[in-house]
Structures are given as structure tokens and as C-alpha cells.
Design a binder for this molecule. Structure first.
Ligand code: FES
Length: 190
């Protein structure tokens, strides 16, 4: 009996350990998420996300008015790129500062606007930019967004605006993150 009880006790202990480990790992799914998995944070600096100059600081000089859309990555103060989540994807465009409504200018630097690069319809990557119409577009189902107007939807099927990432001026004409995305990146209701 004692032996059986002892075996049961040991069995229970083993189960407890397994259950505990599973609970621990499940919790760790969040607890162990590193800085690379976090969305852009205030104080991060921005670097170029693709092309031959990937990893170099984003500068105002490299973002002329009328230029192309630029993909950027936020880097934390310890130098960790926040690339673990696709919802961290950032795109930058630049328009003339007077084309940005007053209530949006505080989030921008010299006409540079940062928004989430993930379409709010079904999550495709935003890749199109037309400076003349000042619209970003998604080629999956042709939604269009106005980044300078708080990322609002100009044409569906998307219904939810593109979250704007507030920017601040860094040293030497670089760009910093001034706050979290305004809104949750990715698909969702309006
Ligand atoms: S995923 Fe972008 S329009 Fe459908």
C-alpha cells in the first residue's frame, strides 16, 4: 500500500511537474517574448528595412518629398531590431508639411509620416504609394489609405484606418519613435 501510495504520489508528482511545465511554457509564450517581438516603442530609432542600405539609420535626407515609400524597422536602445512580429512592419512616406492636417502634425517630422505596413483588410503588406494622390495602396484587394490623414481609409474593402506611428526628430536628421502605434496594427473592424 505504502509502495503503491508512494508510486501514486510519485506519479502525481510527475504529472504535477508536467502540468506545471506546460503552464509555465504557456505563460512563457508571453513572458519570454523578447524585445524583438514587441511592437515599436517610444525611444526606438528607425533604420531602413530593406534594400542595399538595410540597417542604416533612416534620415530626412533619404526621404525626399515626392519620393518612394520606405520600409523601416524600429531598433531598441540596446540595438535589438523589432522584427519578431510582422505587425511591427513600418512604412514611411513624405509629403509637404502643409498637406498634413493640423491635428496630425504632432505625429510627423517635416512631412514624414509613419504608418503600419500591414493592411487592415486581410493583412497583406502595403506596397503601393502614389504621391500625387497621397494614397497608400494594397494590391491584394486594392484598398487605399491616406497616411497623412491619420491613415484613414480612402477606398475599401478595408474599413479600419492604418495605425499611425508617432515620430520624433533624432540626432543628425534621423528619426525616432515617439510613441506606440495609434490603434492596433493588422486586420480588424472599423
Ligand atoms: S488585404 Fe489589403 S485590400 Fe485586402
Amino acid at each position: 500500500m505504502m509502495a503503491q501510495g508512494g508510486q501514486r504520489a510519485h506519479g502525481l508528482d510527475r504529472r504535477s511537474v508536467v502540468v506545471g511545465a506546460v503552464a509555465c511554457c504557456a505563460a512563457a509564450g508571453t513572458a519570454w517574448a523578447g524585445p524583438e517581438d514587441m511592437l515599436p516603442q517610444k525611444g526606438d530609432r528607425l533604420v531602413l528595412g530593406d534594400g542595399a542600405k538595410a540597417g542604416q539609420p533612416v534620415t530626412l535626407d533619404g526621404l525626399p518629398v515626392g519620393g518612394e515609400l520606405v520600409e523601416a524597422v524600429a531598433v531598441d536602445p540596446q540595438g535589438v531590431k523589432r522584427e519578431g512580429s510582422r505587425f511591427s512592419k513600418i512604412i514611411l512616406v513624405r509629403v509637404a508639411p502643409d498637406q498634413i492636417p493640423e491635428d496630425q502634425r504632432a505625429h510627423t517630422v517635416d512631412g514624414v509620416v509613419a504608418v503600419s505596413g500591414v493592411c487592415t483588410h486581410q493583412g497583406c503588406t502595403i506596397t503601393g504609394w502614389n504621391h500625387d494622390s497621397r494614397r497608400l495602396s494594397c494590391f491584394c484587394h486594392h484598398s487605399e489609405f491616406l497616411p497623412a490623414e491619420g491613415g484613414r481609409v480612402a477606398k475599401g474593402p478595408a474599413r479600419k484606418r492604418l495605425p499611425v506611428l508617432p515620430l520624433a526628430r533624432g540626432e543628425g536628421g534621423t528619426l525616432m519613435v515617439a510613441g506606440a502605434f495609434i490603434g492596433k496594427p493588422g486586420p480588424g473592424p472599423a
